[in-house]
Design a binder for this molecule. Structure first.
Ligand code: ZN
Length: 538
């Protein structure tokens, strides 16, 4: 071999070696962890690798089971429990040096994989990260018991915000139990912890309430649905569905097992056509009402002057509190037109009796009444930002959603907790690309992946010392135009990945180009998990 050729061969070998090292260091973790130190080399999980954890702890047993199932399903590796100090994956509860209740440490070295956290929740998030360190390309085609390479790494990680949420509207369209469970699984992949379940709407009441059976017998069903608001065309097909209390219990447990809190939303006083159709005596005019067949805001709202309204809603809240252990109960409070209240003698009498200034203060009276009831049951009220109208209830948490309005900072300046979800950055029901010719149906308007990624939950005009009132943020999905699990996933992904990074990762670690690169690997994982996503613009 001539010297030039030898030189070229050496150069080529160096390049190959270098690129292999770089490849093993290229981690694609979403959301980006607080601290990552990549090492050189890989630990190999094989059929001989053991799983080490305290089997006497039922939480650890459950989450070790999740990891073990994952390795079995995607890598055909059936790990046995071990007590050995090497060749193992260990889940260990230990003080986590300021990493909080959701933080964890993950170390991969020649001895194995060690995940440490001060709580099972932290260990569970460590497992989510570990899943993202496993190879994706070889997974589906892996031969039984083939070794699985995990790059050496040291990770220290904890979330930036405590409320990392996703909201789903099940009123406009009803999503079956299997879809809700899959959605919860999807949230877990990105360490989201709050599922805001929108259960009642003008177009359908979706939650069984035993004391008021007509809510679902009548209120869960609409005779037809609008196809096109311009031509006023309807489909002529009845549509409905609801969750039984047994199904709700099953879903709440499924979520809790995965460290997700479900915050149920029961809309009041507006968006209540379905409830009023079932119980017309609770409206200002007495009806008749109709479960809405088109989208929008409706003038039929709960009567705030009628004592029966509060008796009814307290009865509903009683059952909601039995079903949902969540500290927060969402009462809606948004988009409540005051048209009916202005004409209603009972509502006007209430305004007089209570010395209220106007219908906005009547709305505030309504919300305060419900807050008092929730507090008496040891719960906290959360509502959309319209609960600011006429004065905020004393302990209410505000969900700030409107475009270009500073409700988030207004509420925080009044020392109220705030969850941010401005439609401009967080409503995943908008189209995600400009050219919508081949897109599944969405909300008119554009919300790109980059815009979601650019969202900053702490408003600019908020003083540093008030920033702690911002508890977090969430993605919202309104389902007027989304009716199938497939289209739901399409609107969620990959924008939910961007939202996860907004609420989890340190702000100084945010980098859209780096995120997009990691997303390439993530798309392979979504494929592996059989989750639909929108990939063409990225
Ligand atoms: Zn009234």
């Amino acid at each position: 071999m001539d010297p030039m050729k030898i030189q070229k061969t050496i150069l080529l070998a160096v390049v190959i070696l270098f690129s292999t090292v770089v490849k093993s260091q290229k981690l694609a973790i979403i959301p980006q962890p607080t601290e990552v130190k990549a090492g050189v080399g890989n630990f190999e999980i094989t059929a001989k690798t053991g799983l080490k954890f305290d089997a006497g702890n039922k939480d650890l047993k459950r989450i070790a089971g999740f990891l073990s199932d994952h390795l079995k399903q995607y890598y055909k590796l059936d790990l046995k429990q071990t007590q050995s100090a090497n060749d193992m994956i260990q889940l260990k509860l230990a003080p986590s040096e300021g990493l909080g209740k959701e933080g964890y440490k993950l170390n991969v070295n020649k001895n194995g994989i060690l995940i440490t956290a001060s709580t099972p929740n932290g260990l569970y998030y460590g497992i989510q990260t570990l899943k993202q360190l496993l190879p994706v390309d070889s997974a589906a085609s892996a031969a039984a018991s083939a070794p699985v390479k995990v790059p050496y790494v040291e990770i220290k990680d904890q979330p930036r915000f405590s409320w990392r949420g996703m909201h789903l509207d099940c009123g406009r369209h009803f999503f079956p139990v299997s879809c809700i469970k899959k959605t919860l699984d999807e949230m877990v992949l990105y360490k989201l912890n709050t599922f805001h379940w929108h259960l009642t709407e003008d177009q359908g009441w979706r939650l069984e309430i035993r004391k008021y059976p007509k809510l679902t017998e009548i209120g869960s069903w609409r005779d037809e649905t609008i196809l096109d608001s311009k031509t006023n065309k309807y489909d002529g097909i009845g549509y409905g569905g609801f969750y039984t209390q047994d199904q709700v219990k099953e879903i709440v447990k499924y979520a809790a097992d995965r460290f997700i809190t479900i915050v149920p939303e029961i809309e009041m006083p507006g968006h209540s056509s379905a409830a009023l159709t079932a119980y017309p005596e609770l409206g200002c005019t007495g009806g008749p009402y109709q479960v809405a067949q088109k989208w929008g805001i409706f003038n039929d709202v709960f009567c705030a002057g009628n004592e029966q309204t509060f008796t009814f809603l307290e009865g509903v809240i009683d059952e909601v509190c039995e079903l949902f252990p969540s500290q927060y109960i969402h009462i809606g409070g948004d988009e409540c037109p005051k048209v009916a209240w202005k004409k209603c003698p009972l509502c006007q009498q209430r305004i007089k009796d209570e010395g209220l200034k106007d219908e906005n203060e009547l709305q505030s009276y309504f919300i305060r009444h419900m807050e008092k009831y929730l507090i008496s049951k040891g719960r906290k009220l959360i509502g959309w930002e319209e609960i600011l109208e006429g004065g905020l209830a004393p302990e209410a948490t505000v969900m700030a959603w409107k475009r270009n309005t500073p409700a988030g900072s207004i509420a925080a300046k009044q020392n109220h907790d705030v969850i941010r979800c401005p439609a401009t950055h967080c409503y995943l029901n908008y189209y995600q690309v400009k050219d919508i010719a081949n897109e599944p149906p969405g909300y008119p308007g554009l919300l790109s992946l980059e815009k979601v990624y650019s969202f900053e939950p702490i408003p600019d005009d908020l003083k540093k010392e008030d920033a702690h009132f911002i508890k977090g943020a969430q993605a919202c999905i309104w389902s007027e135009f989304i009716s199938t699990t497939k289209n739901l996933e399409y609107s969620i992904f990959p924008r939910l990945c961007a939202m996860a990074e907004v609420v989890w990762s340190p702000v100084e670690k945010k980098d859209f180009n780096g995120f997009k690169e990691r997303l390439g690997t993530d798309f392979q994982r979504l494929k592996m998990y059989k989750i639909n996503y929108c990939d063409h613009p990225y």
